[in-house]
Design a binder for this molecule. Structure first.
Ligand code: PLP
Length: 442
């Protein structure tokens, strides 16, 4: 109640806009990352580590548009390049442009397993493309994902309530048949994965195992260090392709992504988010030449059994120039390293607050991805399905309320449970954030 009162007093314009928005937009927000409890806060300025809302309140931004702005919001050197390009040719031509070649070269240079790169419109589309490619190449149909992992909102991937092993689908409106080729295994459970691979062998085989190499849901359920290597070994044993979904970890975990960190080469890598430095449209897939060459290119895509991918605005000049210079700047500035240290500082400070105040919380981080969760969350991985569902509903409600409390104290989080740091998060900014968290918990 205190939080809601505070938000209503300090954000009257946001509240009014949100009330109006609900009359023309289902649920009042266009984006599912936009927190709308108790109402959505409307922003009109973003720079570096800060956001400002339409009532003039300032926030420290740990949402980072879902993890896209590793260099900080509205980063000037990239903005300058984008503005130059827009003045020259506008955002789109539909024809070959030098920056789509340049961005491909950058990705190939930095990401160990990538020899060729194809840009697409979003992470969701890129996962769809990777799966289609894997099915075409292997001639097999089944896909295995790790329970709790989010791989975009395509019909075949919106499966499971983000709770390992429940077999429950998150979205209605998806015919059951569509998910009959998608199977979930528990995180960190290699015996479970082997069992599923064996079962699939009896029904035609597994085209690909898709994992977030940092653990399901951006590492909310972290994986053991050698987990990815063991999955790689199992994929080789079963003649199955390994897809790394590096939509979150790509560039954020360093220029080579999580695959460089874990030293494991997937067959296909999926990119998004940081790829374009926060500019639309962020997506792409990469891999070895012989795999990538089976994508259709140009009209018709001559030769062999080609995999069709599409997208009117994919790899447009705006996205590619932004991505090219964003990657160059990430390299020049060591953005991932700086953001990672900010994440370490934030996490250490949160642990200190949790300890000092005796809170039923846990903070843990993988570099610039910081999780601030109810202490039971890690147990969800082990819980029985029904209990896990119930616990997760409770957790989601609690996180929503905590997210609103953080907002009321000038901090924007991802769903109340994840905090993403950027290169713009200097020590004083992190310390200011920790003071705000301390106020919340007080
Ligand atoms: N894969 C992962 C690991 C993600 O976190 C997301 C989005 O959050 C996606 C895929 C989907 O990407 P997009 O939202 O660009 O479609």
């Amino acid at each position: 109640k205190k939080v809601i009162n505070k938000l209503e007093t300090t954000c009257p314009k946001s509240k009014a806009l949100y009330q109006h928005a609900q009359t023309v937009i289902p649920n009042g927000v266009q984006h599912n990352l936009a927190f709308n409890y108790p109402f959505a806060i409307a922003m009109d300025k973003a720079k570096g580590a800060y956001l400002r809302d339409i009532d003039g309140n300032q926030y420290i931004d740990f949402l980072q548009a879902g993890g896209t702005t590793l260099l900080g919001s509205n980063y000037q050197p990239v903005l300058d390049k984008v503005q130059n390009l827009l003045a020259e040719c506008g955002p789109v031509t539909g024809l070959l442009h030098q920056y789509e070649v340049k961005i491909a070269e950058e990705v190939i240079k930095h990401v160990p397993s990538v020899e060729m790169f194809r840009m697409l419109g979003s992470g969701t589309e890129s996962v769809m493309a990777a799966i289609r490619l894997a099915r075409n190449i292997t001639g097999k149909k089944h896909i295995i994902k790790v329970g709790g992992g989010y791989h975009g909102w395509s019909d075949q991937m919106v499966y499971g309530l983000r709770i390992p092993g429940t077999g429950r689908r998150e979205a209605h409106g998806i015919p059951k048949d569509i998910s009959k080729y998608t199977h979930e295994v528990c995180p960190n459970d290699l015996a479970n994965l082997r069992l599923m691979l064996n079962l699939n062998s009896l029904r035609g085989g597994t085209a690909a195992v898709i994992v977030e190499p940092i653990g399901p849901e951006s590492g909310t359920r972290p994986v053991y260090f050698d987990y990815n290597q063991q999955v790689r070994t199992l994929c080789d044993e079963f003649d199955t392709l390994l897809i790394f979904d590096e939509v979150v970890s790509g560039f954020r975990f360093g220029l080579g992504g999580a695959q460089a960190y874990f030293n494991v080469d997937p067959d296909i890598t999926v990119f998004g988010k940081c790829l374009t430095g926060g500019y639309p449209m962020a997506g792409g897939i990469g891999g070895r030449k012989e795999i990538m060459m089976s994508l259709a290119g140009g009209i018709g895509g001559k030769g062999g059994k080609k995999t069709f991918v599409g997208g009117t605005l994919s790899a447009n000049p705006l996205s590619t120039v932004a991505g090219y210079y964003a990657i160059k700047e990430m390299e020049r500035t060591n953005a991932a390293g700086i953001a990672g240290r900010a994440g370490d500082r934030l996490c250490a400070g949160l642990e200190e607050i949790i300890e000092r105040r005796g809170l039923p919380y846990v903070a843990y981080n993988q570099g610039s991805i910081v999780h601030l969760e109810t202490s039971g969350v890690l147990l969800l991985t082990l819980a029985k399905p029904i209990k896990a569902l119930r616990e997760n509903a409770k957790r989601k409600h609690m996180m929503e309320q905590m997210g609103a409390a953080y907002t009321a104290h000038g901090i924007i989080s991802l769903a109340g449970s994840c905090l993403l740091t950027s290169m713009a998060d200097t020590d004083p900014i992190i310390d200011e954030a920790l003071n705000r968290f301390d106020e919340v918990f007080a």
